[in-house]
Each structure stands twice: as structure tokens, then as C-alpha cells.
Design a protein around this ligand. Structure first.
Ligand SMILES: *Cc1c(COP(=O)(O)O)cnc(C)c1O
Length: 405
């Protein structure tokens, strides 16, 4: 396949249709073998020594994962990829890869996925990694923090969770590179249909495959996509501690990715409609959506996101609401699924204070701008009228509407 084809084309072709003996399967099979052998010991020796491409042991590599990794690397314009057992396993090994030959210091965006904050503060910091948080959308502040800390790694998300702040990847990459740091971008929310951080100067990209890429709420997985400079370290670490994806999930992820571009286009269009409807509802306070012209990072969004494709996530506050009102509202939903996760074909709603940001102290949450009335909606591919109708009836039937009237 030619490199210059578009994302929609890569999604259905990259990685697949490798010759296996006398035939070529149209889709990649699930290879469950834990180990592999060849016609001679000499060849197996060369494969083990990585003098020759091939598979030897499933913790190192397997053909199903290799196909998925080729697909993810193609979509993210990377040199290579590693399929991991979860998004968090991917974040973890990507951080270790970035820090392997560098100062054990991370400058991280202050608005990150909850488990990532937890990993930094409760796992890496006690192990001796210095961690400093900064508002990555405030470039002068980011510049000062990076110049001062001289970190080994800078970590940010393309669109932060759940408030959807968007930093300038290209500028941050320059700042990181200037001090010899690697820039690691969690691109889960934007997907490589919208933004490809490696093209903007990032060194490593991670995804929770569980979300938009696999897209059907039936497989947990993650992936690290790497530039050429970090790829060997990434694979060497993985061979040592084995955070790899199993072949069944790998198959599901790859099957899901084939339709990700179509799904995400639809989710983006639906999210635009839902966000503008929400803005008109008196029971709804602030609406957080990257397509909003009044978004605080509108300039960065215009530069990085394609017109009309602002992601499938809309966060919003119920006016004057706390935990009880939010629970009543979410209990009243009939179509939108009140469950953790995002990016699935079906719409889902999550309460950050209870789930994704539960492990963070209420005070820290408040500083992050995550109020007790905030919910995060992942807009699915349903008919948008049905999504809006469900939100409307839930506002009405939960009494939240009456409360503010
Ligand atoms: C879900 C998520 C993760 C973690 O992925 P898992 O597959 O749940 O381990 C990391 N980053 C972001 C932005 C996510 O949304």
C-alpha cells in the first residue's frame, strides 16, 4: 500500500493480507501459538537474535499483534508500534521508554486522564521520578516549567479529559526537543483521523484502543506508536516485562479499526449537533466542546483539527447540580448508556467525580475544574435526534429541569 493514501484507506488495508504459505487470508487470523519454530535451528537462532524477521515467542511478538501494530503505525505516521494489554499499560511503557536514557523527570499537563495522574503520582514519583504538572495550554508557563525542570519526558493529551482543553503539540514538541526531552502524546480522544502528533513533532503516541479505535465496547487494549529513535527501546522493554495484548483482543481491535474513520466522522457530526442543542437548554450550565468558537483554545483547535471534526466527546455541567441531581439525571437516561468508557458505537455518559477522576482528591479535582455537576457524554453513531430526545426527556423526568426553573 502506498504511504500517501488517506486514513480511511489505511484503516481497511494496512497490516492485513500477509501471505501464509500457499494462500493469502483477506483478514488477519487469530494466532494463538505461544511459540514458533522453523525448518532449522539455525533460522530460529537468527530470529531470536533479531538478525532475521520472524516470530519466536508470543511475549516478543505474534503475527496478529504485528498486523495490528503495522496498522496503528501507518495511521499515526510512526516508525513502529507495540500493542498493549490496556491503554494504561501503553502509557506506562511509553513513559519508561521516554525516560530510559534520560533524566528521571516528567513535566505533565495538569489536565490528564485520572489513572495517568495516579500512575505519575502514586507509582512513578515514589520510585524516584520527579513529576511536575503545568497548564500545557499556557505556552509561557509550559516553556518555563520545561526549561526549569529539564525533564526526560513531556506528557500531554491531544484533548484533555474531561474538559477538552487542547494544547499546541507542535510548540510543545519544540520546547521538549530543545531540552532533549521526549514528547509523549495520549491521542485517545482525537484519534489519528483528526490529529497525528508524530507529524507535529511528538516522539511517542499512545492510545487506549478500548475507546474510539476498537470502538465497540468489547475489547480492552492499548497501543504505543513510536518514532524510529525510540522503537528499539520500546520493544526491548516489552520483551522484558511483557505488557502485550492477547491475540483475541488484537483481532477485535483490528476489526474495529477498519470502520473507525466512518464511525468517528459520524460521532463528530452528532457531537456538533448535541453540543449546540445543549447550549440552548436552561438546565445546562457550561458546555465544553472543541467545536465551540468561544473555546479557550480555539486557535490551537483551528490549527490542529480538520474543519467540522472536533471529536465525539461533549462535557457539560448541570446548572446548580451536585451528586444527587446528576445521579437522578443519569438514572433517567433510557438510550444513552450510563457507563464508564467512551468512543463506542453507542452513546455513553460518565460522571467524572465518581469514575475517571475518583482517585483524585476533591480538592485537586476542584483545581482541575471538575465540578460535582459535570458529566461527560461520548456521542455514539445513533440517529442524533434519538440522542437529543433521550437527553431532553432525562432532563425533564429527573426533575433537574424543574430545579432551575
Ligand atoms: C481510557 C483512557 C486511558 C486508559 O485506557 P485503558 O484501556 O482503560 O487502560 C488512557 N488515556 C485516556 C485519554 C483514556 O481515555
Amino acid at each position: 500500500m502506498e504511504k500517501k493514501v488517506k486514513q480511511q484507506t489505511k484503516a481497511v488495508h494496512a497490516g492485513d493480507r500477509k501471505r501464509e504459505g500457499r494462500y493469502v487470508p483477506v483478514s488477519t487470523p487469530i494466532h494463538t501459538a505461544a511459540s514458533f519454530f522453523y525448518e532449522s535451528m539455525e533460522k530460529l537462532d537468527r530470529v531470536f537474535g533479531r538478525e532475521e524477521p520472524g516470530f519466536s515467542y508470543a511475549r516478543y511478538d505474534n503475527p496478529t499483534n504485528a498486523a495490528l501494530e503495522e496498522l496503528c503505525a501507518a495511521l499515526e505516521s510512526g516508525h513502529g508500534a507495540l500493542a498493549c494489554s490496556s491503554g494504561m499499560a501503553a502509557v506506562h511503557i511509553a513513559l519508561l521508554t521516554a525516560l530510559a536514557d534520560r533524566r528521571k523527570s516528567v513535566v505533565a499537563a495538569d489536565a490528564l486522564y485520572g489513572a495517568t495522574v495516579n500512575l505519575l503520582m502514586n507509582v512513578l514519583e515514589p520510585l524516584g521520578v520527579a513529576v511536575r504538572f503545568v497548564d500545557i495550554c499556557d505556552l509561557p508557563a509550559a516553556k518555563a516549567a520545561i526549561a526549569e525542570a529539564k525533564p526526560g519526558c513531556v506528557l500531554m493529551e491531544t484533548a484533555s479529559n474531561p474538559l477538552l482543553r487542547v494544547g499546541e503539540i507542535e510548540r510543545v514538541a519544540e520546547l521538549a526537543t530543545a531540552v532533549g526531552a521526549a514528547l509523549l502524546v495520549d491521542n485517545t480522544f482525537a484519534t489519528p483521523l483528526l490529529v497525528r502528533p508524530i507529524e507535529l513533532g511528538a516522539h511517542l503516541v499512545v492510545h487506549s484502543l478500548t475507546k474510539f479505535l476498537a470502538g465497540h465496547g468489547d475489547a480492552l487494549g492499548g497501543v504505543v506508536v513510536s518514532d524510529a529513535a525510540h522503537y528499539d527501546t520500546l520493544r526491548a522493554l516489552s520483551r522484558t516485562f511483557g505488557p502485550v495484548l492477547g491475540p483475541f483482543e488484537s483481532y477485535l481491535a483490528m476489526r474495529g479499526i477498519k470502520t473507525f474513520a466512518v464511525r468517528v466522522e459520524r460521532q463528530c457530526a452528532n457531537a456538533c449537533r448535541v453540543a449546540s442543542w445543549l447550549k440552548d437548554q436552561p438546565e445546562v450550565g457550561r458546555v465544553y466542546f472543541p467545536g465551540d468558537p468561544a473555546h479557550p483554545d480555539a486557535a490551537a483547535i483551528r490549527r490542529q483539527f480538520p474543519e467540522g471534526l472536533y471529536g465525539g466527546i461533549v462535557s457539560f455541567e448541570l446548572a446548580n447540580a451536585g451528586r444527587n441531581e446528576v445521579f437522578r439525571f443519569m438514572n433517567a437516561l433510557k438510550l444513552v448508556v450510563p457507563a464508564t468508557s467512551l468512543g463506542d458505537v453507542h452513546s455513553m455518559m460518565l460522571y467524572p467525580a465518581m469514575s475517571s477522576h475518583r482517585e483524585i482528591s476533591p480538592k485537586h479535582r476542584e483545581r482541575m475544574g471538575i465540578s460535582d455537576g459535570l458529566v461527560r457524554l461520548s456521542v455514539g453513531i445513533e440517529a442524533v435526534e434519538d440522542i437529543i430526545h433521550d437527553l431532553g426527556q432525562a432532563l425533564e423526568n429527573s426533575g433537574v429541569a424543574g430545579a432551575s426553573a
